[in-house]
Design a protein around this ligand. Structure first.
Ligand code: NAD
Length: 348
């Protein structure tokens, strides 16, 4: 573990196995310097336990940086559950997961991520007090964070367009959207409303047909999305999509999307910059959802507070990209430096 390439002085990493329900889960806590760790739960059919561990380490580190950049009182943590989210979900599995979260006594707060719906969080919450993104009922719960994530990504995408093309106006811009699940789906609606010409792809045929019908988007295959002759590429599926194989295929001037860990390695940030692409660092642009969850966890949820935090997040994104342009430094490294400084400053 301590030699793992993605281990970044994580405070603790927990493995849970529940024989009765079949739960296999890792909860990685990267940092609690800014407050109890918070980050969504991912359910994915990993190829191996090693892949699952790497994902949990990278995602939890990303949450530390994201929460620091979003200015919320939380450190970074993430849960990953090994399984197929279409076929392996049971109440017993999520109750066992809830007990796992509860056993950490508030060092980690969970919410939704890929493969997890508010209904799953509600089942986990039967067993734990440390869950956010709960269904809106009886005046508590802030619901699915994805629409707020998508709104932040939309505003951030306009900001990136402003810096790359000299105008935030997306009317007639061509945008290739990879993944039209929760975040990508809401984002497509915002983009279509703004007049963008959309090309979309998803492995889920129903999802892609549904979004195409409602937004007028053109469907392309999962393999062809990188080759679309577009102005902007918006990744909203999984990570590592900016890598040595995909970069030469991209014709865009901007990459801005909601997916976590878009760069396959940190060094890809410089390569993306060198070919003239403005990259909106993922954990800066996609903080809307966790801001919404943090509002709920504070016990005094207010849509106005969330909106103000999302606006500040977009201003932070602009200053990261401007600093990158002024200093000829990749955007991801500028963001990493600011996030690390904020975390270091919070340490006693
Ligand atoms: P989701 O499961 O609702 O949607 C993901 C979609 O991507 C699915 O429809 C899936 O079929 C599709 N997909 C998977 N692999 C693909 C591929 N190779 N090509 C095309 N499509 C593919 O998940 P989500 O909540 O929308 O999250 C999407 C991304 O945004 C993830 O990286 C997640 O970590 C990140 N994110 C989500 C939130 C949130 O509020 N939900 C917040 C911050 C970051």
């Amino acid at each position: 573990m301590f030699d793992h390439a993605s281990y970044d002085n994580h405070e603790d990493v927990h493995l849970f196995h529940d024989e009765d329900s079949g739960l296999k889960c890792i909860i990685a806590i990267h940092s609690t310097a800014l407050g109890p760790s918070a980050g969504g739960t991912r359910m994915w059919d990993y190829k191996s336990g090693a892949d699952m561990l790497t994902d949990s380490l990278r995602l939890s580190q990303g949450m530390s940086y994201k929460n620091a950049m979003a200015g919320i009182p939380h450190g970074g943590g993430k849960a990953v559950i090994w399984g197929n989210s279409k076929t392996d979900k049971t109440d017993g599995l999520f109750e066992a997961f809830g007990r796992a979260v509860e056993s950490l006594a508030g060092r980690y707060y969970t919410a939704e991520d890929v493969g997890i719906d508010p209904e799953d969080i509600e089942i986990a919450a039967r067993q734990t007090r440390y869950a956010g993104g709960r269904i809106k009922q009886d005046g508590c719960g802030s619901g699915d964070p994805s629409p707020v994530t998508a709104r932040g990504v939309f505003l951030g995408l306009q900001t990136a367009a402003d810096l790359a093309f000299g105008t935030p106006d997306l009317n007639n811009r061509t945008i290739a959207v990879q993944g039209v699940g929760s975040v990508g789906g809401y984002l497509c609606h915002y983009l279509a409303e703004a007049g963008a010409k959309l090309y979309i792809c998803d492995m889920d045929e129903d999802a892609v047909q549904h979004i195409a019908k409602n937004t007028g988007a053109e469907i392309v295959s999962v393999d062809d999305i990188y080759d679309v002759d577009a102005d902007i590429f918006s990744p909203n599926a999984l990570g590592a999509v900016l890598n040595p194989e995909t970069l030469p295929r991209l014709k865009v001037k901007v990459v801005a999307g909601g997916a976590n860990n878009q760069l396959s390695t940190s060094e890809m940030g410089a390569k993306v910059r060198d070919v003239g692409i403005l990259y909106a660092p993922d954990y800066v642009i996609n903080g809307g959802g966790i801001i919404n969850v943090a509002g709920e966890l504070s016990g005094k949820y207010s849509p106005d507070w969330v909106e103000q935090k999302v606006q500040t997040m977009v201003e932070t994104l602009r200053s990261v990209m401007e600093e990158s342009q002024a200093n000829h430094e990749p955007t991801n490294l500028v963001a990493d430096r600011i996030a690390r400084a904020r975390i270091a400053a919070a340490k006693p």
